[in-house]
Design a protein around this ligand. Structure first.
Ligand SMILES: NC(=O)C1=CN([C@@H]2O[C@H](COP(=O)(O)OP(=O)(O)OC[C@H]3O[C@@H](n4cnc5c(N)ncnc54)[C@H](OP(=O)(O)O)[C@@H]3O)[C@@H](O)[C@H]2O)C=CC1
Ligand SMILES: Nc1nc2c(c(=O)[nH]1)N=C([C@H](O)[C@@H](O)CO)CN2
Length: 239
């Protein structure tokens, strides 16, 4: 596949919306998924390549990396969307929570960006346009989180990868972060939690997946933005 776009964690929520919005004949989308879901049928019917990948081990990262190298001649973009929102809890040792958070939010983007550098640079060689790397971080990078300590620290490390990789890969590849505070709730979020969370921002809405999709499309269309973070936070920093 030429000029493919990779979206990790593409079988639900933001990743699923991104896959459907970005897929085209000129830029075929490859999504990774860990869990079998009904959405995969719809994606495959659209011609989207769905690759099962569990990034909780370095072997899982390497296996996906090899798949891409075997099937792709160039990459126009990779969106590092896959993520676990783990809270500290009494059942899981802190060492394992931090290990899991750093594995999915830091090891995976770090190892895949280095592995795919030649494929991203080949896109630039073929089109004279910069390829793109996008890291999905989080508002808590700048504030921390007392209930998701390891999660926030790992997202902060991911935000730092944006700075390093944008300097390393320029001008052939642009690298940016998107930092939402709230895009969409989870199915098990209580009404009281939703009410409390909405009040944390000035806009007081959960904008939905398309807010994230449009931010990704803006970065993909830009020829100049690199090393930056788009904050999708509804003015929470001023609330
Ligand atoms: N939703 C929101 O309001 C906010 C989202 N964000 C960030 O935006 C991004 C998208 O959010 P959202 O759509 O809610 O994400 P999800 O919580 O739905 O996670 C996306 C996917 O990540 C995959 N994933 C998790 N761990 C692994 C792993 N070890 N290996 C492979 N895949 C894995 C899951 O795959 P599977 O389901 O197949 O197991 C899941 O479908 C995330 O990076 C998130 O941190 C930031 C702030 C707010
Ligand atoms: N991987 C995920 N990360 C985050 C999620 C999520 O559902 N999956 N959700 C949030 C929340 O929206 C939080 O920002 C406010 O409730 C944060 N990160």
């Amino acid at each position: 596949m030429d000029h493919a776009i990779i979206i990790t964690g593409g079988s639900q929520r933001l990743g699923l919306a991104l896959a459907k919005a970005l897929h085209s004949k000129l830029t075929p989308v490859i999504i990774t998924y860990r869990t079998e879901r009904a959405s995969l049928v719809e994606l495959k019917n659209l011609g989207i390549t769905c690759v099962q990948a569990d990034f909780s081990s370095d072997e899982g990262i390497a296996a996906f990396s090899q798949y891409v190298k075997n099937h792709c001649s160039s990459l126009s973009a990779i969106v590092h969307n896959a993520s676990d929102w783990l809270a500290e809890n009494t059942e899981t040792p802190p060492s394992l929570i931090m290990k899991a958070m750093m594995q999915i939010h830091v090891q995976t983007p770090y190892q895949l960006n280095l592995a795919f550098q030649p494929l991203l640079e080949r896109f630039h060689q073929e089109t004279n346009r910069a390829a793109n790397v996008i890291h999905l971080t989080d508002y808590v990078v700048d504030k921390g989180s007392k209930k998701h300590i390891a999660y926030a620290a790992s997202k902060a490390a991911l935000a730092n990868l944006t700075l390093s990789f944008s300097a390393l890969l320029a001008p052939k590849v642009k690298v940016n972060s998107i930092a939402p505070s709230l895009l969409m709730f989870n199915i098990d979020d209580s009404d009281s939690y939703k009410e409390k969370t909405l009040k944390k921002s000035l806009m007081q809405i959960a904008p939905g997946e398309m807010e994230g999709v449009e931010a990704v499309q803006y970065l993909l269309k830009s020829r100049y933005i690199t090393g930056h973070t788009l904050h999708l936070d509804g003015g929470r920093h001023l609330a």
